[in-house]
Design a protein. Sequence first.
Length: 254
Amino acid sequence: MVHASLVDVISLGGRRAVVTGAGSGIGRAAAVVLTKAGASVLALDISEKALSETKAIALQVPDAEFDAATVDVSDPAAVDSVLSGEGLDIVVNSAGIMAPESLATTSGKDWDRVLGVNLTGYFNVLKSAVPRMNRPGSVIQISSMMGHIGLAFPAYTASKGAILSLSRQLAGEFGPAGIRVNSVSPGMIRTGMTEDSLSSGDQRDHITGRTPLRTVGAPEDVAHAILYLASDLSTFVTGTDILIDGGLISTLNL
């Protein structure tokens, strides 16, 4: 039996999307999946080299409409400049960094850097993008399983918990204007950010052993949830969060 991919049944033709953090991991997967679904995608990242790699992948899609620009999302003027066009339909806030430190070892500089990208960066994108959005529109923000449970790393966890609250607040604020706002919370996904955790066989086995589906996720697993939230299949969905964690959060306290 042949199973159709979501990109085969969801069309975003005629829609314009911006994806931050598109140089790698979940952001890259989201940019490529939205391109495959027919959206015209503007991919943003701080790394020109990483963006060029994403662009090379996306342009393999037949009839791809894809552009890329380097930007530091923590710089509001730079964000506003790169989003100076009109007519966005989809905004995916995916830029993210981590300081894998305890409170005792997290410096003020580390705290400001993580919050500057993971929270203020999202705010900067929203401030520039939302006034330029068509109605109806869809905003999808990447939070994390860590934002739900506070497992470790105070700066990262605080930023992701804040994204959950911000997304719910904005759903109420923007709903009457026809803009939906949702978040997606990945669990253990195989990306550059989780490479160290998954490089150790013992640690990987411990994680997968606690995960009901007994595996780690791929960036495309998250990208498909983003595609759903960007599409007309979710027109009555706003202010919610989708956990993509293989069930891990349900077993952590067992």
